[in-house]
Design a protein around this ligand. Sequence first.
Ligand SMILES: *[C@@H]1O[C@H](CO)[C@@H](O)[C@H](O)[C@H]1NC(C)=O
Ligand SMILES: *[C@@H]1O[C@H](CO)[C@@H](O)[C@H](O)[C@H]1NC(C)=O
Ligand SMILES: *[C@@H]1O[C@H](CO)[C@@H](O)[C@H](O)[C@H]1NC(C)=O
Ligand SMILES: *[C@@H]1O[C@H](CO)[C@@H](O)[C@H](O)[C@H]1NC(C)=O
Ligand SMILES: *[C@@H]1O[C@H](CO)[C@@H](O)[C@H](O)[C@H]1NC(C)=O
Ligand SMILES: *[C@@H]1O[C@H](CO)[C@@H](O)[C@H](O)[C@H]1NC(C)=O
Ligand SMILES: *[C@@H]1O[C@H](CO)[C@@H](O)[C@H](O)[C@H]1NC(C)=O
Ligand SMILES: *[C@@H]1O[C@H](CO)[C@@H](O)[C@H](O)[C@H]1NC(C)=O
Ligand SMILES: *[C@@H]1O[C@H](CO)[C@@H](O)[C@H](O)[C@H]1NC(C)=O
Ligand SMILES: *[C@@H]1O[C@H](CO)[C@@H](O)[C@H](O)[C@H]1NC(C)=O
Length: 639
Amino acid sequence: MPMPRSLLPLVSWALLVLLSGFSVCSADSAPYGMRISCGAREDIHTPPTNTLWYKDFAYTGGTPANASRPSFISPLLHTLRYFPVSDGPENCYTIGGVPVGHYSVRIFFGLVNQTNFDDEPLFDISVQGTQISSLQPGWTNKDDQSFAEAIVFLSNGTVSICFHSTGHGDPSILAIEVLQIDDRAYSFGPGWGQGTIQRTVSRLSCGTTSPKFGVDYSGDQWGGDRFWDAIATFIAGSDQELSTEQAIKAASSAPNFYPEGLYQTAIVGTSNHPELEYIASVDSNKNYSIWLHFAEIDSLITGAGQRVFDILINGNVMFQDVDIVKLSGDQYTALVMNTTVSVSGRTLTITLQPKAGSVSLINGIEVLEIIAAESRTSSAEVSALKTLKTALELPVRLGWNGDPCVPQQHPWSGADCQYNSTSNSWEIDGLRLDNQGLRGSLPTEISMLQHLQSINLSGNSIQGTIPSSFGNITSLQILDLSYNDFNGSIPGSLGQLTSLKKLYLNGNQLSGKVPAALGGRLLHGASFNFTDNAGLCGIPGLPTCGPHLSSGAKVGIAFGSCLAFLLLLLCTVCWYKRQQNVLLAQKIAAREAPYAKARTHFSRDIQMARHHNHHNNQNNSHGGAMTTAATESGPILLS
Ligand SMILES: *[C@@H]1O[C@H](CO)[C@@H](O)[C@H](O)[C@H]1NC(C)=O
Ligand SMILES: *[C@@H]1O[C@H](CO)[C@@H](O)[C@H](O)[C@H]1NC(C)=O
Ligand SMILES: *[C@@H]1O[C@H](CO)[C@@H](O)[C@H](O)[C@H]1NC(C)=O
Ligand SMILES: *[C@@H]1O[C@H](CO)[C@@H](O)[C@H](O)[C@H]1NC(C)=O
Ligand SMILES: *[C@@H]1O[C@H](CO)[C@@H](O)[C@H](O)[C@H]1NC(C)=O
Ligand SMILES: *[C@@H]1O[C@H](CO)[C@@H](O)[C@H](O)[C@H]1NC(C)=O
Ligand SMILES: *[C@@H]1O[C@H](CO)[C@@H](O)[C@H](O)[C@H]1NC(C)=O
Ligand SMILES: *[C@@H]1O[C@H](CO)[C@@H](O)[C@H](O)[C@H]1NC(C)=O
Ligand SMILES: *[C@@H]1O[C@H](CO)[C@@H](O)[C@H](O)[C@H]1NC(C)=O
Ligand SMILES: *[C@@H]1O[C@H](CO)[C@@H](O)[C@H](O)[C@H]1NC(C)=O
């Protein structure tokens, strides 16, 4: 049943999926597995293996839609979730309750089944802050590019998977899988584990034309559910397929859990062309972990020494005198070999050169790119930024989901990052949020961004006072809060900012005395602008501050004014009485004396008084409180 829109949390834009209770995660029995059908309203089981996909309907962010599958290898799911640009450039699924271990994380892409949608959105994908995939034009025509996959070590109980817009259509996600694999799977030697991520480049089952998933192969669950693309020939005409129905020994033994079917087919050389050569196009200047699979499935090769070959990668001999039967111990027995290579060009060539006996043979090839996992942003600073996001009512279009600084290709807009090699984390050294329609008020927690050097919040509608905690952002050099609605006085703590070079507070409603320590600093070379405020005073260029009145003095002045007013009233009454007497006398003397003339005269006196008061007021307008008594006397007289 669809959930009423009003029940959905409005602000939480990162999707938080906490479904840990659903899955079995006992170390020996079954690996942890989480599969999410994006945009689904119901949990779904897909054929042929009745795989369970959890719905994500209760989570906010993005828009659910009907999907069309870009490739036949995508799971049979009918919905997706896409992230329009108005949702911000970064959108994430954060899945909690994940036991410590190694995981295969896979994301399937979808296409929105509506005519007005971009045919082929291009976007980037990151796992734990490390970018693992960047969709390339034409991906919808390539089966093995309808998903991104990486092997990740998760130690933290959560996995965060983010989609980053690149301005080419809306990221659209069909499904997400987080499948635990054996703890030593794909361990390639020094450098493996925490701190590295292995991105799947290609995974080939040789000598077959039917691509398969691990589940189709009835592979062991501890191997994940890898997709094995089919390759029948490396170079048509110069090699051939070989297959067997025989059972394969040791195909699935820790830590190498591979489906038996992988070893039941192979590509072998021909008598004219005994060598085998596989060429893959890769990204240059990357390190690759290469996994090669062998099993002697030719019934004619019955013992050691009958098939021996060297393995070269980009021309360098990586393995010498490989004898499958000798190394695996028997015929029909799996052999896994792995090596790591650094590739400078754009091709990766794997060559099997026969040394003795028969032609070369190979059953499977895996190429994984080794990516150094990104360091994260210090958690104190992340939480400070999240507090700011809420307090300043940051517009949704800015995003601010996932990690602020990584992947480095997609930092949060408005946050400047620097890497600190001592703490091995990223820090925020600048905030550029000028003219972003921010509201609300600045929280004290802004000072948790201890490495800020520059802040520009100019041209927003931020209210309230300037937090005094600014004073302990000791590295701060530039503070631009101009053109906002800040009120109250400038906190004295700003005087502690010894590195301050620019301070722009113009165009606010600030009042009161500029703190002496700050004033002193500004007068020594820093640039500042305090104009256009409600009444700042106390440094050269601003009015001098009026004497500070105690409340006793204020009472005194009020009392004095009342007394003066009463006196004035008394005089007026006396004068009026006198005038009446004069008029009476004149009336008696000459009957037609003009009554109005006296009134005109009276009125001119008042106008003069008003004019005088107005002038006074203008003179003191920068000074503040002192003119009040004088201005008020005008209206009192008039009414
Ligand atoms: C998705 O398809 C179903 C029928 O398969 C239809 O009822 C529904 O309205 C569609 N939803 C959208 C958002 O197009
Ligand atoms: C797209 O949706 C229409 C009905 O809305 C359906 O008939 C069609 O099969 C869908 N296309 C794909 C590729 O799923
Ligand atoms: C685990 O990751 C989450 C989300 O990135 C983060 O908030 C939390 O601080 C991390 N915990 C540890 C112990 O690193
Ligand atoms: C990969 O090869 C290295 C030696 O080159 C070996 O130490 C490691 O155990 C191998 N990994 C697996 C999973 O077999
Ligand atoms: C490849 O590995 C070498 C040695 O381990 C390392 O120095 C280098 O930085 C790596 N290159 C990349 C692109 O990761
Ligand atoms: C880097 O981190 C260390 C340890 O947290 C800290 O002492 C140092 O001040 C930081 N360096 C910079 C440039 O921020
Ligand atoms: C802050 O941003 C405004 C408007 O975008 C710009 O005019 C101003 O120069 C910036 N302030 C500083 C200190 O760079
Ligand atoms: C920063 O300043 C605030 C207010 O001035 C103060 O309460 C807080 O303890 C200070 N924090 C640090 C780390 O100095
Ligand atoms: C500042 O403005 C807020 C509302 O915008 C108001 O509540 C507060 O009293 C004002 N503070 C001062 C010192 O004027
Ligand atoms: C200071 O700010 C005012 C507007 O608030 C502006 O007109 C003036 O040009 C600024 N002065 C400098 C030196 O930037």
